[in-house]
Structure formats: structure tokens, C-alpha cells
Ligand binder design. Structure first.
Ligand code: NAP
Length: 309
């Protein structure tokens, strides 16, 4: 690798330039817009892609995503030989696991209904269940799904997991693929979506999926807004098929003013802050991958471009 170019947040770029240059002095770390000769750049660090910039990087070898997902990058702009690496780092993993635990506990202990009661001036205790009496189901058993399970299981929840291939995850009863999906959904009191957004998973959180869950179950979507069919969610909440939804992601982001999600009494909305790339820790994941690229070792988080994750 000769030169790499950072795009996006200039503060992060300056910090990473300082640390990467100290750890790997032979790397020429550049920050947009000071790209220098684009033909010298073999690595690009980005959250989204600019078509004109990408076209000028004629010797690009590796694209490093700032985030854990890659669906926000238009990969069709890249020649097929360019490798794409998503961000796997403790900042994202820990904050995501914490958010899922926070939302699951809030749903478990009926926090949204107590907030409603408080606002209406009512003192209204409800039955309290044990975590062992609730099942939290996690869709997607990758880096983040497994991290969420590591946080949920010690809280005492019964945990179920679902992914494409059959995977064993300590602390969870796991189900695989379409054949076992309904069995998985039928036991969830709280469903967490941590799937990547691909052609196969777009719109997966829809009316037919909600109908396969227990009546009165709740949803936590921390993956991508494109997983959710918004009208189907509102219908499921209004009919009582679903009780509450915690949504950290939306389509589009930000949601336009006046969107029904802002005011729906059964929706808790946060502005895509569940799992956050921390520049102080993520730079070390980048440095590790730059070292791996040099020695020809597999890159941590390299995606299969044909599969989309
Ligand atoms: P990952 O490590 O790539 O794991 C993906 C998981 O999803 C794997 O278990 C995979 O199963 C499963 N999967 C993929 N397609 C599937 C399908 N069609 N049917 C069933 N299972 C399927 O991803 P990750 O690092 O855990 O991240 C998950 C997503 O979280 C990211 O893509 C991103 O969209 C989102 N995210 C959100 C935030 C936020 O702040 N809200 C932050 C970071 C990331 P197999 O392994 O069996 O193929």
C-alpha cells in the first residue's frame, strides 16, 4: 500500500493521520481534499462514495468502510477487483450490545407504558415478569448479533438466534434459514434485527413476519431502515399484534418532519446512534488491517461482494 485517502469527518481524519503515520511510517496517509496525485492512492476510507472521486482513483485496491455495514456505499462504482472491508471494532460492538440490552430491558420492564402513565398523571403498577420468562430473538448472528447475545444472556433472558447458516452461539438457541424461521419467530417476545441490508433482507420486517410472532411482542430494529416496511409496522402496532418498537434506524435518515414515527405512541425512535464507530478505537482496527494487507493475511471484515455482506 502506498497512499491511503481518508474522506469525511476532518477531525477523525486528522487524528487517524497522526496515529497511522506514527504506527506505520511508510504509509502516506492523506485527508480529503488534500488527495495529491489520485493515481498513487491504493486505499480509500469512506462512509459513502463520491462517483467522481472513485473514478479518479485508478489504482484503488481496498475500500475501508467507516461503518460496520456497507449498504450505504454504492459498490457498483468500484471495479470488481477492489476489496471492500467493513469496520469491526470494539466501539461499535460495545455500544450496539449496550443499546440492545437497554431497549430489551426497557421493553421487559414496561418503561414506555410507565412514561405514558407518568405523563397522564397516573400511578399504574403492572405485573413484573422475570427475564427468564421472556425470549429475546436476535436475527443476524454476526459480529453484532453475537455481541448483543453476550450482553442479553447474563441478564437472564431466554435468547434465540436466527441466521442464514446454522451457527452455535453460547447462551442462545439457534435456528437457521427459511426452514426454521417460523419456529424462531413464534417464540420471540422481543425481536431484535441485526441483519445486513441486502437484496434478500430488504423489507424482511413486514406484515407477514409480524403475523408469525406472538401477539403483543415487540421489535427492536438496530440494523437498517430498509429492513422495515413502515406501513406494516404501524398497522401491526395499531392492531395490537405488536406492542412497542424501538427503532434506531429509518428510511430515509433523517426522517422528514411530521413523519408518523416521531409521534406514534408505541414507537421509541433514536437517530442511528446504537452502534457508533469510535475514532479512538477504530483507528487500531484500520492499522491492523493495513498490516494484514502488507503481509497478505486475510483482512478482518472483508465482505463477499457477490453476497453483499
Ligand atoms: P455480519 O457480521 O456480517 O453478520 C451478518 C449476520 O446476518 C450473519 O449471521 C448472517 O448469517 C446473517 N444473514 C445475512 N443475510 C441473511 C439472510 N438472508 N437470512 C438470514 N441471515 C442472514 O454483520 P454485523 O457486523 O453483525 O452487522 C449487522 C448490521 O448491523 C450491519 O450490516 C449494519 O447494517 C447494522 N449496524 C447498525 C448500526 C447502528 O448504529 N444502528 C451500527 C453498526 C451496524 P450467515 O453468517 O449465516 O451468512
Amino acid at each position: 500500500m502506498t497512499a491511503i485517502l481518508h474522506t469525511g469527518d476532518p477531525e477523525r481524519g486528522a487524528l487517524w493521520q497522526q496515529i497511522v503515520t506514527r504506527e506505520l511510517p511508510d504509509i502516506d496517509f492523506r485527508c480529503w481534499p488534500d488527495a495529491g496525485d489520485p493515481a498513487e492512492i491504493t486505499g480509500l476510507i469512506a462512509w459513502t462514495l463520491d462517483a467522481e472521486l472513485v473514478a479518479s482513483l485508478t489504482n484503488l485496491e481496498i475500500l475501508f468502510s467507516i461503518g460496520a455495514g456497507v449498504d450505504q456505499l454504492d459498490l457498483s462504482l468500484l471495479p470488481p477487483h477492489v476489496r471492500v472491508v467493513r469496520m469491526i471494532e470494539t466501539g461499535i460492538t460495545n455500544t450496539m450490545a449496550e443499546y440492545v440490552a437497554m431497549a430489551a430491558l426497557a421493553l421487559h420492564r414496561d418503561l414506555p407504558s410507565y412514561v405514558d402513565s407518568q405523563r397522564s398523571g397516573m400511578w399504574a403498577p403492572r405485573d413484573v415478569l422475570l427475564t427468564a420468562e421472556r425470549t429475546v430473538g436476535v436475527m443476524g448472528l454476526g459480529q453484532l448479533g453475537r455481541a448483543a447475545i453476550r450482553m442479553l444472556a447474563p441478564l437472564g433472558f431466554r435468547v434465540a438466534g436466527w441466521s442464514r447458516s446454522s451457527t452455535d452461539v453460547p447462551g442462545a438457541l439457534c435456528f437457521a434459514d427459511d426452514a426454521e424461521r417460523d419456529e424462531f419467530l413464534a417464540q420471540c417476545d422481543i425481536l431484535v434485527c441485526l441483519l445486513p441490508l441486502t437484496d434478500d433482507t430488504r423489507g424482511i420486517l413486514d406484515r407477514s413476519l409480524f403475523a408469525r410472532m406472538k401477539a403483543g411482542a415487540s421489535l427492536i430494529n438496530v440494523a437498517r431502515g430498509g429492513h422495515l416496511v413502515q406501513d406494516d409496522l404501524i398497522e401491526a402496532l395499531d392492531s395490537g399484534q405488536l406492542r412497542y418498537a424501538f427503532l434506531d434506524v429509518a428510511q430515509p435518515e433523517p426522517l422528514p418532519e411530521g413523519h408518523p414515527f416521531y409521534s406514534h405512541p408505541s414507537i421509541m425512535l433514536t437517530p442511528h446512534i446504537a452502534g457508533v464507530t469510535r475514532k479512538e478505537t477504530a483507528v487500531h482496527a484500520l492499522i491492523d488491517n493495513l498490516r494484514r494487507a502488507r503481509t497478505g493475511e486475510p483482512l478482518e471484515g472483508e465482505i463477499d461482494r457477490a453476497r453483499g455482506y
